[in-house]
Design a protein around this ligand. Structure first.
Ligand code: LCS
Length: 395
C-alpha cells in the first residue's frame, strides 16, 4: 500500500485502496466474489497459514476486495491495521471478544448506542465481565469508575444521541495509567473530522453503515488498531467469530467512501444553518450541536475535531406528543433510524435506538422522552428548513 501519511483526509478518501487492478488496469476495484483461494502447492498453503507468505486463504479470513477497504479506512484513521466486519455491531462485538476475558472490567460511556452498551452489560456479563457506565464527558467520573481489573474504556464522541464530547486524549492517558485500552467508536465524527488513534486511543470502531458508505444501502463495520500488539488478538477474534464482510458489500463501501469528505462537509454546512434555526425556534427547548457555542463541550469539540459534523439532538416543546407531531408532519425528512446518509434522517431515540435501555437509566443518561435526533443530509438547506417550518406548525 502507498504511504498516505502526509496526505489530507480528502485525498486519502479518494485514493487509499483504490489503485487500478494490476491484472486488467481497471480503475474501479474488481469484486473478487470467491470464498476460497487456490494455492500453487502445499508448501505455499502452509506458508500462508503460518503467516510467512502473503496471499489469501479463505474469505472469512481476508479477501482482495475487502482488503482494499481495510487499507482505505486504516489510512484514513492512521492505524497499523484494520479488520472489516458485516456490521458496526460486528466490529463492536469482535473487538470486545478479542480484548476481554473473564474477570475483566469495562468502563463505558452511559449513552453508547443501545446494543453496544447492552452487549457489555448483559452479554459479556454472562462470561464474567463486569462494567460501569458513566458520563465520560466528566473526567472525574471516569477516573472514579476505574478499577484494578479495568481492561477497556469505551466511548463514542460525539455520543449517540446526546452529542456529549469526551476528552479523548485525557481518557487515553487515564486508561493507559490503569493498563487499560481506550476504544473509541468514531462513527459520528468520521475520520474526516476526528482521528482518535492520533490522540492516544488504541482501537477505533466504525459503523460504516453510516457516513463511510453514506448511501443508506449497506450495513458494514470496521475495526482499526494503532498498535501491532493488538493485531494477533483482534485478528483471531475476527477469524473465529465470523462477523466478516462480503466482497460485494466491500465494493459498495469502496464506492461510497470516495465521496466521504465532500458529503461530510456539505452536510456539516447544512447542519450549522439548521442548528442556528432550531436554537432560535420558540417551540424548541434546547439544541445540542457541537457547532453551537451553547454546546457544553464546545471548546473541547473545536480542539479535538476538525468540524462539528452533521448530527444534532433537540427537545421539542410538548415532550413525547410534541415530538410525534413534528415527526409525523415532515414531508421531506425521512423518519428512520440510522444516520450519516446523503439524505436527512430524523428519529426518536427514546422509542427507537435507545429503547432497550431501562427508562430511568435512559433519562439519567440525557436521553429524554422528547429528544429528537437529526442526521442532516446534503439536500438544499432551504428545503430542509421549509420542511421543519411546515411541521412545527402542528406542534
Ligand atoms: N455505533 C454507533 C455510534 C451507531 O450509531 C451504531 C448504529 C452502531 C455502532 C452499530 O452499527 P450497525 O451494526 O448498525 O452498523 N446506530 C444506529 C442508529 O443510531 N440508528 O440505527 C442504527
Amino acid at each position: 500500500m502507498r504511504n498516505f501519511k502526509d496526505l489530507d483526509p480528502r485525498t486519502i478518501a479518494i485514493h487509499a485502496g483504490q489503485h487500478p487492478d494490476p491484472a486488467s488496469g481497471a480503475c474501479s476495484a474488481p469484486i473478487i466474489q470467491a470464498s476460497t483461494f487456490a494455492f500453487d502447492n502445499c508448501a505455499q498453503g502452509a506458508a500462508r497459514f503460518a503467516g510467512e507468505a502473503e496471499g489469501f486463504i479463505y474469505t472469512r479470513m481476508g479477501n482482495p476486495t475487502i482488503a482494499r477497504l481495510e487499507d482505505a479506512v486504516c489510512a484514513l484513521e492512521g492505524g497499523v491495521g484494520a479488520l472489516s466486519t458485516a456490521s458496526g455491531m460486528g466490529a463492536v462485538s469482535t473487538a470486545l471478544f478479542g480484548l476481554l476475558k473473564a474477570g475483566d472490567h469495562v468502563v463505558g460511556h452511559e449513552s453508547l448506542y443501545g446494543p453496544s452498551r447492552m452487549i457489555v452489560e448483559r452479554d459479556f456479563a454472562r462470561f464474567g465481565v463486569t462494567s460501569t457506565f458513566i458520563d465520560t464527558t466528566d473526567l472525574a467520573a471516569a477516573a472514579a469508575a476505574m478499577q484494578p481489573n479495568t481492561r477497556v474504556v469505551m466511548l463514542e464522541s460525539p455520543a449517540n444521541p446526546t452529542m456529549g464530547i469526551s476528552d479523548i486524549k485525557a481518557l487515553a492517558e487515564l486508561a493507559h495509567a490503569h493498563d487499560a485500552l481506550l476504544l473509541v467508536d468514531n462513527t459520528f465524527a468520521t475520520p474526516i473530522n476526528q482521528n482518535p488513534l492520533a490522540m492516544g486511543a488504541d482501537v477505533v470502531i466504525h459503523s460504516m453503515t453510516k457516513f463511510i458508505n453514506g448511501h443508506t444501502d449497506v450495513v458494514a463495520g470496521m475495526i482499526v488498531f494503532g498498535d501491532e500488539a493488538l493485531r494477533a488478538p483482534l485478528t483471531r477474534a475476527h477469524h473465529y467469530l465470523g462477523a466478516n464482510m462480503d466482497p460485494h458489500q466491500a465494493w459498495l463501501v469502496l464506492r461510497g467512501i470516495k465521496t466521504l469528505a465532500m458529503r461530510v462537509k456539505e452536510a456539516e454546512a447544512n447542519a450549522m444553518q439548521i442548528a442556528a434555526y432550531l436554537e432560535d425556534h420558540p417551540k424548541v427547548k434546547w439544541v445540542r450541536y457541537p457547532g453551537l457555542e451553547s454546546h457544553p463541550q464546545y471548546a473541547l469539540g473545536r480542539a479535538q475535531q476538525r468540524g462539528p459534523g452533521s448530527l444534532m439532538s433537540f427537545e421539542v416543546e410538548g415532550g413525547l406528543e410534541g415530538g410525534r407531531q413534528l415527526l409525523d408532519h415532515l414531508e421531506l425528512m425521512t423518519l428512520a433510524v440510522s444516520l450519516g446518509g446523503i439524505e436527512t434522517l430524523i428519529q426518536h431515540p427514546g422509542s427507537m435506538t435507545h429503547a432497550a435501555i431501562p427508562a430511568d437509566e435512559r433519562v439519567a443518561a440525557g436521553i429524554t422522552d422528547g429528544l429528537v435526533r437529526l442526521s442532516v443530509g446534503c439536500e438544499a438547506v432551504a428545503d430542509l428548513i421549509a420542511d421543519l417550518e411546515r411541521a412545527f406548525k402542528h406542534v
